[in-house]
Design a protein around this ligand. Structure first.
Ligand code: MG
Length: 376
């Protein structure tokens, strides 16, 4: 395929289903990658978006990476990725890794559509299907602290996740007092059971707060304790791991296989229980993510330890194709990007499957396609 046009814009983003609730001014980038391949009278177009929970990458996409894809000539996603990374020095990932990951998502969407396969099947064919699975465990992610009415909104949110069929959830901690966080965990545990509730501190804790929280959470038997401290503060994280026996989850804000190896070497993580959250879009897209999976499995990590961050259909396809441990789903957060296809639900065991539509299947989501349509 040849890429004949790339369109990009920044859009506002909310952590909450109700976008009127203040959400820190979050934005993200959406892109459309238009190919020279025509199907049903229209050019095949791939769509992508940047991280949910960070900010838009428009400058980097427009000025640096989209032109390189446009100049790549007849290409495929792997060659386009090589073209995007030409001249880029290792390290200093900044926001560039997310800009590349955004375009990479759209390139894979286009390539799978051209192959007339859902992305998970296209990836399994491209990279070998020895590990591919049809469906996998999921958790409903949300539980952000509501600036108002949290005590009544949080239980409703948890119950709605359970009613939709999710069997596990993840809520945020670290944005209020520890006592209040413990009360919020109780709310979620009453719906799901404590062993099905993960907590995500969003990298908020310093060393003292991390150790205090770890001691307070230790007896709760939680699903996992995520993003404990600064992503590169391996000293604090290893101290927490030394006293917190339950699973710890890390890696969402690490962007390369070199950083992943540092996490493994210095982060105190335990291969028999801990969770690796690396996000394919954060990690320079699929080539970067696969490099991390290879690096960590070669060091003895099981594939089941990988639960990619993201909460959207792209992460779901990747986890399915690579046979990973499970996936995050954002049923209501970050509309219209999070969640499954319109009307899709987990099965009776809380497992989810990617859609069968060609590509990533964004076309199975009406709100999202209305947003992509604004790219022209
Ligand atoms: Mg997290």
């Amino acid at each position: 395929m040849r890429i004949v046009d790339i369109r990009e814009k920044s859009v506002d983003l909310s952590r909450y289903a109700d976008a009127s609730i203040p959400s820190g001014g979050l934005t993200t980038s959406i892109v459309a990658v238009v190919t020279d391949v025509v199907r049903h009278g229209k050019p095949v177009t791939g769509y992508g978006f940047a991280s949910v929970g960070r900010f838009a990458q428009g400058g980097l996409i427009r000025e640096r990476f989209a032109p390189r894809v446009m100049h790549a000539g007849d290409t495929n996603p792997l060659d386009a990725w090589t073209a995007m990374m030409a001249g880029e020095k290792p390290g200093g990932h900044g926001e560039r890794c997310v800009a590349v990951g955004t375009l990479d998502m759209a390139l894979w969407d286009a390539a799978a559509k051209i192959a007339d396969l859902p992305l998970h099947a296209h990836l399994a064919r491209e990279f070998g299907d020895a590990h591919a699975v049809a469906d996998l465990p999921a958790y409903a992610s949300g539980g952000y602290l509501y600036p108002q009415d949290d005590a009544s909104r949080l239980p409703r949110e948890m119950q709605a996740f359970a009613d939709t069929g999710y069997r596990r959830t993840k809520i945020k901690i670290g944005a209020t007092t520890l006592d209040r966080d413990l009360a919020r965990i109780d709310i979620a545990a009453r719906v799901f059971g404590a062993d099905a509730v993960a907590v995500d501190a969003m990298n908020a804790y310093d060393t003292d707060k991390a150790l205090t929280a770890a001691r307070a959470l230790a007896g709760h038997g939680l699903l996992w304790f995520e993003d404990v401290c600064d992503p590169l503060d391996f000293e604090t994280q290893s101290k927490v791991a030394a006293l917190y026996e339950g699973p710890i989850a890390a890696g969402e804000a690490l962007f390369s296989s070199a950083e992943a190896k540092l996490l493994d070497r210095h982060g105190g993580l335990r291969r028999d229980r801990d969770i690796l959250l690396f996000d394919p879009v954060h990690c320079y897209g699929l080539p970067g993510y696969i490099a991390i999976v290879i690096a960590m499995t070669e060091r003895g990590w099981p594939r089941a330890a990988f639960w990619p961050h993201g909460g959207h259909l792209f992460s779901l396809h990747v986890a399915s194709a690579l046979g990973l441990g499970g996936v995050e789903v954002n049923p209501t957060s970050f509309p219209p990007f999070g969640g499954l296809s319109d009307g899709a639900r987990p099965d009776s065991d809380g497992r989810v499957a990617p859609p069968d539509a060609p590509g990533i299947g964004f076309e199975t989501r009406a709100d999202l396609m209305r947003l992509f349509a604004t790219l022209g």
